[in-house]
Write a protein that binds this ligand. Structure first.
Ligand code: SF4
Length: 379
């Protein structure tokens, strides 16, 4: 079978290059670099082959075999649109017609009109938020992707392609990646980790591992595996509520992996890795921004070191609304009982449907597809 050369983590690529193309370890590294970092504006066959043929330090026979036998599948970019705050939503078509999205986030990333600290202006860059699945089975009620239902996992190359294309068009350099787009990364664990390794490989996209964040709604076996494997990437967990009763209504995953189990997995993560556990809280007016929510969170986390990010809900249907400034301020005041850092994370690009929870493969400049059947989360 013809191997897709952009579908492999660095170690698998090296093994394949040695076995199929007769490459030495150094030649394999150079080929990997061609496939990813250096091939952004070229095609594997055609101008890419020409460029490849000029690769120094790789024997001609190895290059010929790689070009002859290796495939380099591509996503089709259907379009992109940029909001007033600089967030850009990308829409891609996969070979089977599935549509997925990625978002380029400008850093500094602050609400329009916000005071930008001097030091952040010194090194502007971008972070790319990528999708890991077509749709999502977890059905969080505040998320447009959840309303699409689950269609399939993305291949490694389909994840990597999102970053490659966005990076090729990005003016500020891309220095970070987030697995926070469509889908639950921990339910496509192997491919997500392989893609993250391509992102972080020096001969790939050279993004520092601690600038690659894998965000989960709380898939406990995935978190435990992530801990056991000592993955170098950052983990973020979306909590939404701190009592099972309330969380169940917002995030059906609570039925499968309830909060006590999730909290135990996060303690293991912190004990193994140190530092603070990153928790995300989608703030919904009248739902999870009361004093009782802060108290429940205090009880849940206890002395576990955390950093809590508050994110305004962005529900395109308008059923859930973000808290007005005074209620958010009151909630932040209540959260002081945690005695831990709490930050408000700006989720921008709302007018182009690039905000957290808004990704639904909406045509560029158009309306969302009709929701499809939702599947229950499996265990
Ligand atoms: S928030 Fe994440 S896990 Fe929940 S439905 Fe949306 S994509 Fe899936």
């Amino acid at each position: 079978m013809t191997p897709a050369l952009n579908d492999l983590a660095p170690d698998s690529f090296d093994a394949l290059a040695a076995e199929r193309f007769g490459a030495t370890p150094l030649e394999a590294r150079k080929l990997f670099s061609m496939v990813h970092a250096k091939s952004s504006r070229s095609l594997w066959r055609g101008e890419g082959a020409l460029e490849l043929s000029r690769t120094r330090g790789v024997r001609r026979a190895v290059l010929d075999r790689a070009v002859r036998e290796g495939e380099l599948p591509r996503l089709e970019k259907l379009g992109s649109e940029t909001g007033a705050d600089g967030f850009t939503r990308y829409l891609f078509a996969c070979p089977d017609g599935a549509r997925i999205e990625a978002v380029r986030i400008p850093i500094p990333c602050l609400a329009p009109g916000a005071q930008v600290p001097e030091r952040l202006l010194e090194k502007p860059h971008a972070v790319v938020c990528v999708s890991s699945q077509v749709g999502c089975a977890l059905g969080c009620v505040f998320c447009a992707t959840g309303k699409l239902g689950f269609r399939r996992n993305l291949a490694v190359w389909e994840i990597v392609e999102q970053l490659r294309i966005v990076r090729a068009e990005s003016d500020p350099p891309v220095r970070g990646a987030l697995f926070m787009g469509m889908g639950e990364p921990m339910l496509n664990y192997d491919r997500v980790m392989a893609a993250a390794r391509v992102f972080s490989a020096p001969q790939g996209y050279a993004i520092a591992a601690d600038r690659i964040t894998v965000s989960t709604a709380g898939v406990v076996p995935g978190i435990r595996r992530f801990t056991a494997e000592r993955q170098p990437f950052r983990l973020a967990v979306s909590l939404g509520a701190a009592t099972s009763e309330k969380r169940r209504r917002l995030m059906p995953i609570e039925e499968t992996w309830p909060l006590p189990e999730l909290a135990a997995a996060l303690r293991e993560q912190q004990a193994s890795r140190g530092g603070r556990v990153m928790l995300a809280w989608v703030a919904i007016d009248g739902v999870n921004v009361g004093e009782e929510d802060a108290r429940a969170l205090r009880e849940l986390v206890g002395d576990l070191p955390i950093r809590l990010d508050l994110i305004d809900v962005a529900d395109p249907d308008g059923a859930f609304r973000p808290p007005p400034p005074e209620r958010l301020a009151a909630f932040r005041a209540s959260l002081q009982i945690l005695g831990q850092p709490v930050a408000r994370r700006y989720s921008g690009g709302r007018e182009v449907r690039a905000g957290c929870g808004m990704l639904a493969a909406t045509p560029i400049g158009g309306q969302a597809d009709a929701p499809k059947t939702r599947e229950p989360p499996g265990r």
